[in-house]
Ligand binder design. Structure first.
Ligand SMILES: O=P(O)(O)OC[C@@H](O)[C@@H](O)c1c[nH]c2ccccc12
Length: 260
């Protein structure tokens, strides 16, 4: 069994327990449910840098990235650096994140926040809203077309943007629909962890222009971004390159300076 299948099996159990702990009616009572969300897609269309900076403590492909930081400092540092949006990993078992990280990031910045999660149930989208997210990630590799449609339409009804992630042509064809705002090409194969920017280059021409194109993972230099821009990419999701340093905000700031 590949790692993605394992994550999904664990996630189903986790979500079922969460549902028994906090009913939907309670999620809907969060003050954040009334909050006006900020559109990441809109921000990216108007941005020079297009950097979406991630908070990630560890991952299955790299056991430890950084455990010595707090989300508050990282979120406010990214905001000061002038990033376009922030991605917050909320998976606990494989990435060391939590919904608390999301709410702390919300309390510490006004950036559009992406809930980075393996979404397999509409309950998680209501949670995303209740904990202050502006954007959700949907991963084509673990969803059917019907699920992508159902989940993205629910997100839109809550004024939440949808970033749909693909890794190959088949996933891309399955996912194209009007309720998607941004199409993310993951340069990392979530089943084998192989990383290649070629994935973004090859798939770019197949993505219709009405979607904001985002290139995800394995980006560690300004040169990489300059290489991807001619392929139509407007957003660049960067985690490890910032998180492995002592001061991710400062690293993001230097990076953006080099880019502009
Ligand atoms: O740390 P990197 O290589 O810069 O990658 C960031 C981000 O793209 C990556 O964390 C990611 C992309 N898609 C995901 C889906 C689930 C978990 C994590 C991810």
């Amino acid at each position: 069994m590949n790692i993605l299948d394992k994550i999904v099996i664990d996630k189903r159990k986790e979500v079922n327990l969460r549902k028994s702990l906090i009913p939907i009616t309670q999620l809907e009572q969060s003050v954040l449910f009334e909050r006006n969300t900020i559109s990441l897609a809109q921000n990216l269309r108007n941005s020079q840098s297009g950097i979406i900076a991630e908070h990630k403590r560890r991952s299955p492909s790299k056991s430890v990235i950084n455990h010595n930081l707090n989300v508050q400092d990282v979120a406010s540092g990214y905001e000061t650096a002038g990033v376009c949006g922030m991605s917050v990993l909320t998976d606990g078992k494989y990435f060391g994140g939590s919904l608390d990280d999301l709410i702390i990031a919300r309390a510490s910045s006004n950036l559009p926040l992406l809930r980075k999660e393996f979404i397999i149930d509409s309950y998680q989208i209501l949670e995303a809203k209740a904990y202050g997210a502006d954007v959700i990630l949907l991963i084509a590799a673990i969803l059917t077309r019907a699920e992508i449609k159902q989940f993205s339409e629910l997100a839109k009804s809550l004024n939440i943007d949808v970033l749909l992630e693909v890794h190959n042509e088949e996933e891309l064809h399955k996912s194209i629909m009007p309720s998607i705002d941004m199409l993310g090409v993951n340069n990392r194969n979530l089943k084998t962890f192989e990383v290649s920017l070629e994935t973004s280059k090859q798939l770019s021409q197949l993505i219709p222009n009405d979607f904001v194109k985002v290139s995800e993972s394995g980006i560690s230099s300004v040169e990489a971004i300059k290489e991807l821009q001619p392929f139509g990419y407007k957003g660049f999701l960067i985690g490890e390159n910032f998180m492995k340093t002592d001061n991710p905000g400062e690293s993001a700031k230097e990076f953006i300076k080099g880019l502009l």
